[in-house]
Design a protein around this ligand. Structure first.
Ligand code: A2P
Length: 283
């Protein structure tokens, strides 16, 4: 596994295992246990995934030293604002029960983000959160909040794959050395992407599957990538991308696949309201 150095000096494994939509009380415990056995050392959860307890339990039971595993969680919208965020951070710490959280993100960038960020900066100073970042920030949202942050986000976790390469937000993030983390890195299984001739040609050349070519491209772009799979074989092969390298010419071909369009537009009318109504996190 390769590591990427964040702008605060902390190191993050370039490929992580995401547990979005996997239920608590068993299935997430099993999935994380399998992922750790397969060699993953980076698990991405969130308060709004409702499975922080299982993630923590699987990590504690794994026998792997805590400092060899990188855990990300995220603050939900209901906990925005300074005082509410302090409670939200404490809740995630309690549910995970792993002593500290390696990376904590503002999950959705609406409402009192500045207050939430201040609470996250304080937790970082105290050491309960090791790195802090944001998620789903479009260029417009980034410009609204980040210039006023005293601590620049270590990451911005956004939708990213070869068809949606986020060139505009990446240019802004480069100014603060903020790393991009990719959700839907395989286009959510998009057949047009996985069957794209540029990708299948490279898969044949390197003896890899299409998903591995996409993930290799992302890692070579300096992107931290969070592929999702429930298939044990693909869970394994999705992190087996460090024994080959795409040439600069091939990287150019991959970069040319960008359409500039994804499935989620954080700026679209109604998105904030839809998300606010989506979940309630209970203590
Ligand atoms: P499966 O769970 O059967 O492996 P994303 O991470 O972009 O959301 O994509 C997840 C989707 O991509 C899932 O449907 C998953 O199906 C599929 N997938 C995961 N890894 C690969 C791979 N290496 N090749 C093809 N499809 C994959």
């Amino acid at each position: 596994m390769e590591y990427i150095v964040l702008n605060d000096g902390n190191k993050i494994p370039a490929i992580g295992f995401g547990v979005f939509t996997i239920p608590n009380d068993g299935p997430t415990y099993e999935a994380v246990t399998q992922a750790l056995k397969a060699g993953y050392r980076h698990i991405d959860t969130a308060a709004a995934y409702f499975n922080e307890e299982d993630v923590g339990r699987a990590v504690r039971d794994s026998g792997i030293p805590r400092d060899e595993i990188f855990i990300t969680s995220k603050l939900w919208l209901q906990d925005h604002g300074y005082e509410a965020a302090k409670k939200g951070i404490a809740r995630s710490l309690r549910k995970l029960d792993l002593g500290y959280i390696d990376l904590y993100l503002v999950h959705q960038p609406y409402g009192d983000v500045a207050g939430a960020w201040k609470a996250m900066e304080e937790a970082k100073a105290e050491g309960t959160l090791r790195s802090i970042g944001v998620s789903n920030m479009s260029p417009a949202i980034w410009k609204k909040f980040v210039p006023d942050f005293a601590t620049k986000p270590a990451v911005n976790q956004v939708e990213f794959n070869p068809l949606f390469q986020q060139k505009e937000i990446r240019a802004l993030m480069a100014e603060t050395d903020t790393k991009l983390e990719a959700w839907y890195p395989l286009g959510h299984g998009n057949a047009g992407l996985l069957g794209n001739p540029v990708i299948t040609k490279l898969a044949e050349k390197y003896g890899k599957n299409a998903g591995q070519i996409i993930l290799r491209f992302e890692v070579q772009e300096g992107v931290i990538t969070l592929p999702k799979s429930t298939n044990p074989e693909r869970i394994g092969t999705n992190q087996d991308v460090f024994d080959f390298e795409l040439t600069e010419e091939e990287m150019k071909e991959m970069r040319a696949l960008d359409t500039g369009k994804g499935s989620h537009d954080p700026d679209a009318p109604g998105v904030e309201e839809m998300l606010r109504g989506a979940f309630v996190i209970e203590d």
